[in-house]
Design a protein. Structure first.
Length: 317
């Protein structure tokens, strides 16, 4: 459904200009069309799967479940209703690129100056800017949501099966956002066409660096925020356990000095010492950065695609 306008645009271009446009240009346009066909599903997936699943899991990670539910309602509405600014920015950027590259596009046969096909291209640029803006707002939503959640106390569990105290919830939320956004790499060949005309060569590298940097920020910023929060929680809990251990040890020593000490009571006190010591070690050895091997592989794969297109553009085309 979302890709129908883009598919009609591609069919029109192939029908009217297919014999004139180079294979490289058609391949770049087709790559952008592929993303537009997938973009509607990706936006739906983030809105209906990624965001609700994260907040559902976050209720077991943060202490104030009512506040978590309030933030869920807030950012459900934010993503659904308040993406106007990213949309306007993306449309303005792409339209500016289109007009700046228009002479180059005409000289390479994409359309003729003043022809109806020119306005079809321009309309497709508006549509592309809209879908890109909505997709980018997912990154903004993730960052803002996690930034507010960090104000709520954590329930870090050293025995959580993920081995991260339960923080994998943040890691998976961030990497799903990152992977969704990184699919925009399919638009890079089209972007290279727009800037290749009269723009300086380094602009291609700036675009790739900016896009790759945004991919990294979409993962690293939310996870780093919660990592710092978790470290504060662990430091506080370790201090509490140190105090508990000192008190329990002093109590056990005092009790053992009493000749009439009950052996069962003394055993209980020593078991309490072992319990506190073990909990202290569990917290001390806990990894607090939500970074597992499978998450690392997904992050690396999301960074490879834009670099791949840069290499193709620089050394092949």
């Amino acid at each position: 459904m979302y890709g129908t306008p883009a598919n009609l645009f591609l069919a029109t271009v192939v029908l009217l200009r297919g014999a004139v446009i180079s294979t490289n240009f058609l391949a770049a346009i087709a790559s952008g069309i592929i993303w537009l066909n997938a973009s509607g599903y990706l936006i739906w997936y983030y809105d209906e799967r990624v965001l609700p699943r994260f907040f559902s899991q976050a209720t077991s990670l943060f202490t104030d479940t009512d506040r978590v539910k309030q933030l869920q309602a807030k950012y459900d509405a934010f993503f659904s209703e308040y993406h106007l600014i990213p949309v306007v920015v993306w449309i303005a950027l792409l339209v500016a690129l289109f007009f700046g590259s228009e002479p180059y596009l005409v000289s390479n046969g994409l359309f003729e100056a003043g022809s109806p096909l020119r306005y079809l291209y321009l309309g497709s640029v508006f549509y592309l800017g809209y879908m890109s803006g909505v997709g980018f707002s997912g990154v903004v939503t993730t960052i803002l949501a996690v930034r507010e959640l960090q104000d709520i106390d954590l329930k870090v569990d050293p025995l959580d099966p993920d081995g991260l105290g339960g923080l994998s919830t943040i890691g998976y939320f961030s990497i799903r956002t990152t992977l969704t956004f990184s699919t925009g790499s399919l638009l890079l060949p089209l972007a290279f066409i727009f800037v290749r005309g009269n723009a300086p060569p380094w602009l291609v590298f700036v675009i790739v660096a900016g896009f790759t940097g945004t991919i990294l920020v979409s993962f690293l910023y939310p996870t780093r925020l919660i990592n710092k929060k978790a470290q504060q929680h662990r430091d506080s809990r370790l201090e509490e356990l140190r105090k508990e251990y000192r008190e329990a040890k002093a109590d056990a020593l005092n009790y053992s000095e009493i000749r009439s000490a009950d052996e069962n009571t003394e055993l209980i006190k020593r078991m309490e010492l072992d319990r506190v010591r073990q909990e202290y070690q569990d917290y001390q050895n806990l990894r607090l950065y939500p970074f597992q091997i499978n998450i690392l592989l997904k992050l690396v794969s999301s960074l490879i695609l834009p670099i791949f297109f840069l290499v193709i553009d620089s050394y092949v085309l």
